[in-house]
Ligand binder design. Sequence first.
Ligand SMILES: *Cc1c(COP(=O)(O)O)cnc(C)c1O
Length: 374
Amino acid sequence: MAELLTIPRDLLPGDGRFGSGPSRVRDAQLQALLAAQPGVLGTSHRQAPVKDVVRSVRDGLAAFYDLPDGYEVILGNGGASSFWDAAAFSLVERRAQHCSFGEFGSKFAAVTTAAPFLEESVVRTAEPGEVALPEAQEGVDVYAWPHNETSTGAMAPVVRVAGDDGALTVIDGTSAAGGLRLDPTQADVYYFSPQKSFGSDGGLWFALVSPAAIERIERIAASGRWIPPTLDLATALANSRQDQTLNTPAVATLVLMDAQVRWFNDNGGMAFATGRTDESARRIYRWADESSWAETFVTSHSNRSTVVATVDLRDPLESAEIRSHLKANGVVDIDPYRKLGRNQIRVGMFPAVDPDDVSALTGCIDWLVERLVT
Ligand SMILES: *Cc1c(COP(=O)(O)O)cnc(C)c1O
């Protein structure tokens, strides 16, 4: 490959991190970490200083989502992937229906499908870049799908299945939470990890749970089903109510998370956070739609994610080449999802990303194209 080009400094984004998770951490979050030394960091998670942080995150999320009466915020260790295992044990009574239109939806479907104590899962699929929607079906007691499929940049509506009142709606909000609007009454369980819109480190999961979900969790726990303690949502529920986790959490991650939730809420909550992602999305999709050598991967406008944009590049442009020039200039993590295997860039536009930085990114790519395509 030829020498890497130096992009003029005034074209570069203020912050060159566009990852889809882990994602950009704001300086103010690191200031919060410094402020937590020595009062919080390095102290017991069973004592008030850490429990106060957990309480603040739980209250902050309840405020951000304007949670209805009876809904609770619970948390535990292991991230969204562990939550899939916990959900198979503690939420699915007999049979789950999954919508699978990318890597993450398919992974959760694989978990319940392989669980020997459940009936075989129903999996509704769609091609990458499209979305599959749930359909009422007898015998199904959990409907599960991702709000935002991070691997493809397709987002799906979160609306309960009509005509199946006893079933739970269980939504993977990992890359959506914080950056996409949600009516929490449309889900029984909305779970996510902190390393996407919340700009924190990974390793924890959070979930908004409805009264029906709590009833299900407690009923399955009482049923005698064997559940490993770290995957038992009844245990997570009991600990969360005391602002604790079963085993030791990453305290620094909780502090980073708390700082981000406060930033959202202090500036207008969901309207503020989603206003930023909407604006970033407007800019990148307009750029891709107007460009003769780029094309938005997700064709349906309503399914184009406003937090993770996927843009195909046309010959003779090569994503790998563009990315290596950008990387040499400090602009990183716009690699496509590897298993998708497309000549594509994937841009994380979580609320911490300034929409002006998205414009700067597209400007940098235009600048490179002028020099690389002759
Ligand atoms: C990142 C991601 C996950 C996995 O999260 P972990 O915290 O790494 O387990 C699951 N689902 C979606 C939609 C994601 O974007």
